[in-house]
Design a protein around this ligand. Structure first.
Ligand code: URP
Ligand code: ZN
Ligand code: ZN
Ligand code: ZN
Length: 483
C-alpha cells in the first residue's frame, strides 16, 4: 500500500518547492510532480515538512518524589497531534544505579509509544561502573549523555565528575548535554528565601536568577573545551547563557543551545499571579524570564547562535504541584508543551516574521537530527528518508485549551492562546497518525531510533585534539646536570 501527499509545497531546512510526495514501506519513495498512490492525502494550500523532533522530554520520569504524569503513551500521542513525530527522552539512573539498569527501566516504559523515540543517558554520579557502562550504552545507539549542574543532593554532579564524564563522552565519540544552573547557589538562595518567608512559587524564580545559568553555561563550555567534547546546552532561557554560547561558537567551539517554546513565549509575570495554582503550574527550571531575555532567544534562533526549539515536556497535575504548598522547593519542576510547540512557534515565529518557514523546519527538526547524527533518516524530506512528515496548514486556527488536549494533565500553560498554523496530517513512518483533528495512530507504533557515534563534528574535534595533544619536545644536546 502506498500513500501520496498531493498538491502541497515541500518545505525543508533549505528549500521550498511544489511537489507531491510518495510513500512506500514507511519511507519516502519519490518526490515530484503528478505522483499517484493507493491513498491520497490532500495538501493543497499546505506545506509538507519533516515531522518535528523534540530533543528534550521527560515521560513518566521519577522526579521530586513523584512521576511526571504523561507517559510514553499520552506523551507521544500529544506529540503527533502537534506535528511532532519523534521525541528524545532522558534515561535517568538514580545516584548509585548503573546505566544499563536505568536503560532497562526506560525500555519497559516505551511499549505503548505512538511515535518514534530515542534516549539521552543521564550521568547522575561518577565511578568505574559508570565509566565502563558508557561504552555499552553507546553500542546500544545512545550517544548523548546529560549532566545536571543543578538539583543539589539529587541529580547534580560536581566539576570533577563533569570533567571525567565529558572526557569519556568525547573519547566514545558522543555528545555531552548539560542542564546549566549553579546548583550550589540555587540551594543557598532557596534556603535564604524560605527563611525570609518567601515560600510561594515566585520564590522559585527568585532562587534561579539568570546569573546562575550564565555562570554554569560558561563553566560547562570551558570544561567541555578542555575535555574535547561537543556540548549541547538544554533549556537555554536567558541572555546570560545565550551570550556564553554565542561567544563560544564565535571562537569555533562546538556548542549548541536549545531554547524552549515556553521561554520564548511566556514570561516571569506568570509567577506573580495571585492564584497559587496558576503560578505553581508554571514552575520549571530554569524559570520563565523577562522580555529582554525572550528577545535574546528569538535573535539567537534568527542568527543561528541557538539551534533547536524543544519543550522539556515534564508535565505534573495540579495535585502533584500542590505538594509544594508552603514550600516552593517542593513543587515538582516541569511543564508540558509537546502538543503546542510547533503551533506556538509557527504563530510567534513565522507569522510575526521572526523566522522563515525553512528556519522553522531547521529549529524544530533538521538541526537536531544532524546534531544527534540521525539525518537524513530523520529531519529530511528526501527519497529514502523515514516518512515522518507533517502536512502543515498555515491558515488553520485554534485556541489552545486543556479541554480536549492529548496530555494527561488538567491544565495547559498556554491556555487561551490563539494559534494560526496547525498540522492537517501527521505521518509516522508513513502511517497516518493525526488526521485533521483525530488521532489515528496505534499504541506501540513507535520504534527506538539507534544512533551511531562519531558524527562529523566529533571527527573534526578528534583531529584537532590529536594535532594539539601535549607532546614532549624532542631535544638534542641535553645539558648534563652539574656541568
Ligand atoms: O523543570 C524542569 N525543567 N523539569 C524537568 C527536569 C529538567 O531539569 O530538565
Ligand atoms: Zn533540566
Ligand atoms: Zn529536562
Ligand atoms: Zn493510545
Amino acid at each position: 500500500m502506498s500513500t501520496v501527499i498531493k498538491g502541497g509545497t515541500v518545505v525543508t531546512a533549505d528549500l521550498s518547492y511544489a511537489a507531491d510526495v510518495l510513500i512506500e514501506g514507511g519511507r519516502i519513495a519519490a518526490i515530484g510532480p503528478d505522483l499517484s498512490g493507493d491513498t491520497v492525502l490532500d495538501a493543497v494550500g499546505c506545506f509538507i515538512m519533516p515531522g518535528g523532533i523534540d530533543p528534550h522530554t521527560h515521560l513518566e520520569m521519577p522526579f521530586m518524589g513523584t512521576y511526571s504524569a504523561d507517559d510514553f503513551e499520552s506523551g507521544t500521542r500529544a506529540a503527533l497531534a502537534g506535528g511532532t513525530t519523534m521525541v528524545v527522552d532522558f534515561a535517568l539512573p538514580s545516584p548509585g544505579q548503573g546505566l544499563l539498569d536505568a536503560l532497562k527501566m526506560w525500555d519497559n516504559k516505551v511499549a505503548r509509544a505512538h511515535c518514534d523515540f530515542s534516549y539521552h543517558m543521564a550521568v547522575t554520579w561518577w565511578g568505574e561502573q559508570v565509566f565502563d557502562e558508557m561504552e555499552q550504552i553507546v553500542r546500544r545507539g545512545i550517544t548523548s549523555f546529560k549532566h545536571f549542574m543543578a538539583y543539589k543532593g539529587a541529580l547534580m554532579v560536581n566539576d570533577d565528575e563533569l570533567f571525567s564524564s565529558f572526557r569519556r563522552v568525547g573519547d566514545l565519540g558522543g555528545i555531552a548535554l548539560v542542564h546549566a544552573e549553579n546548583g550550589d547557589v540555587v540551594a543557598e538562595l532557596s534556603a535564604r528565601l524560605l527563611a525570609e518567608g518567601n515560600t510561594g512559587p515566585e520564590g522559585h524564580a527568585y532562587s534561579r536568577p539568570p546569573q546562575v545559568e550564565g555562570e554554569a553555561t560558561n563553566r560547562a563550555i570551558m570544561i567541555a573545551d578542555m575535555a574535547g567534547v561537543p556540548l549541547y546546552v538544554v533549556h537555554t532561557s536567558c541572555e546570560d547563557s545565550h551570550e556564553a554560547i554565542r561567544r563560544a561558537r564565535q571562537q569555533g567551539k562546538r556548542v549548541w543551545g536549545e531554547p524552549l517554546i515556553q521561554h520564548l513565549t511566556l514570561d516571569e509575570s506568570e509567577y506573580f499571579n495571585a492564584d497559587w495554582d496558576h503560578a505553581a503550574r508554571r514552575v520549571m527550571s530554569p524559570p520563565f524570564r523577562n522580555k529582554l531575555h525572550q528577545d535574546s532567544l528569538w535573535a539567537g534562533l534568527q542568527s543561528g547562535s541557538l539551534s533547536c526549539v524543544a519543550t522539556d515536556h515534564c508535565a505534573f497535575t495540579t495535585d502533584q504541584k500542590r505538594t509544594g504548598l508552603g514550600d516552593f522547593t517542593k513543587i515538582p519542576n516541569g511543564t508540558g508543551g509537546l502538543e503546542d510547540r510547533m503551533p506556538m512557534l509557527w504563530t510567534h515565529g513565522v507569522n510575526t516574521g521572526r523566522l522563515t518557514p525553512n528556519e522553522f523546519v531547521a529549529v524544530t527538526s533538521t538541526n537536531i537530527a544532524k546534531i544527534l547524527n540521525m539525518y537524513p533518516k530523520k529531519g529530511a524530506v528526501l527519497v529514502g528518508a523515514d516518512a515522518d512528515l507533517v502536512v502543515w496548514d498555515p491558515e488553520a486556527e485554534k485556541v489552545i485549551s486543556a479541554k480536549g488536549q492529548q496530555s494527561a494533565i488538567d491544565y495547559n500553560v498556554f491556555e487561551g492562546q490563539k494559534v494560526k498554523g496547525l498540522p492537517r496530517f501527521t505521518l509516522s513512518r508513513g502511517v497516518l497518525s493525526w488526521n485533521d483533528g483525530t488521532i489515528e495512530s496505534r499504541e506501540g507504533q513507535g520504534e527506538f531510533v539507534a544512533r551511531e557515534p562519531r558524527p562529523a563534528v566529533n571527527r573534526a574535534l578528534s583531529a584537532w585534539k590529536e594535532l594539539t595533544a601535549p607532546r614532549p619536545v624532542e631535544r638534542s644536546g641535553i645539558p648534563v646536570s652539574g656541568v
